[in-house]
Design a protein around this ligand. Structure first.
Ligand SMILES: Cc1ncc(COP(=O)(O)O)c(C=O)c1O
Length: 334
């Protein structure tokens, strides 16, 4: 039982079977039919012209930054964004850009502050070429369409491009009860992951205009991400879209069931205002190492992070698993 993340899922049986029979070609020559099918389907789902298959979400975000910017540029990123917190300073290293951090209000930009963060044209200033958003946000929240629209419009007024880190875009769309393309409408480019809640072993897609993706293809090669018979992996992505995406709602329902069950323990305090997805955040009154205690009972959870625990549900989480987790939690805490 593993509640650490939705990245811990294993490929489904259908994915393993799809890998066996996948049509493949050399994707650096752009002739892998399975990759083409996956790219076309994801581009269509997001209402954009083209998509590019890449190894990971970090790769996809960094490829977007490299393709949108020139060395010496400045990009706007929220202070609690994955791109800033968890991508090891890659924008400076790989693209030679500076990240200007914006205050985060629960994962959204402060609309009062935002216009002042774009640099005016001046010999002393770098160019603000890109603004990055994240939806769903890693804090468990979903950002509203209105908020995305406001931010997008300000960025456009200021002449900047907009990239969305949509590692969990499908979860966000589900939670907001909108189609994925409605979220993508307020972006120039989007990164989506197949290896989070969608259970594929590897893979993300960078999605945008045809011209952008043509340029990104060159940078993907420069970054060492040109892969050969990668249709074997794209085949898993296609199964993820056909078979895992339609059941994503179950993960959200299980997270709610988990939160309601945890709430029966008085020392647990659920962050109800951040329960939009498949993630339950909570604080604990007691000074107990839950990761260690649950680990001894064969249940994996991440250690405390910034004073909070985060339990995540996914395709391999059943209601019975949650009941077993709650029993163990009660044994430890009551
Ligand atoms: C919001 C967000 N963006 C990007 C990533 C990076 O994805 P990857 O681990 O595939 O590099 C993650 C990973 O969990 C994430 O949560």
């Amino acid at each position: 039982m593993d509640f650490r993340s939705d990245t811990v899922t294993r490929p489904t049986q259908s994915m393993r079977e799809a890998m066996l029979t996948a049509m493949v070609g050399d994707d650096v020559y752009d002739d892998d039919p399975s990759v083409h099918e996956l790219q076309d389907r994801v581009a269509h789902l997001l209402g954009k012209e083209a998509a590019l298959f890449v190894p990971s979400g970090t790769f996809s975000n960094q490829l977007a930054i490299m393709t949108h910017t020139q060395p010496g540029d400045e990009i706007l990123v929220l202070e609690d964004a994955h791109i800033f917190l968890h991508e090891a300073g890659a924008p400076g290293l790989l693209s030679g850009v500076n990240m200007r951090l914006a205050k985060s209000i629960d994962g959204t930009y402060d609309l009062e502050e935002l216009p002042s963060l774009f640099r005016e044209k001046d010999i002393h200033h770098p160019r603000t070429s890109l603004l990055c958003m994240e939806n769903a946000h890693g804090n468990g929240r979903v950002i509203s369409l209105d908020s995305m629209k406001d931010v997008y419009e300000i960025a456009k007024e200021k002449g900047a491009m907009v990239h969305l880190d949509g590692a969990r875009l499908f979860n966000a769309a589900l939670s907001l009860e909108v189609e994925p393309h409605e979220l993508a409408a307020y972006t120039d480019t989007v990164s989506v992951c197949l290896s989070k809640g969608l259970a594929a072993p590897i893979g993300s897609l960078l999605v945008g205009s045809k011209d952008f993706i043509e340029k990104a293809r060159i940078y993907r090669k420069i970054m060492g991400g040109g892969m050969r018979q990668v249709g074997i992996l794209a085949a898993c992505g296609l199964v993820a879209l056909d078979e895992v995406l339609p059941r994503l709602e179950e993960d959200h329902q299980n997270a709610r069931y988990l939160a309601l069950s945890l709430d029966e323990i008085p020392s647990v305090h659920i962050a109800w205002d951040r329960l939009d997805l498949n993630m339950v955040f909570f604080t604990l009154d007691e000074d107990i190492d839950l990761a260690e205690e649950l680990g001894e009972r064969g249940i994996l959870v991440n250690p405390l992070d910034l004073g909070e625990y985060r339990f995540v549900t996914h395709i391999d989480t059943t209601k019975e698993d949650i009941d077993r987790l709650i029993l163990a939690m009660k044994e430890i805490l009551l």
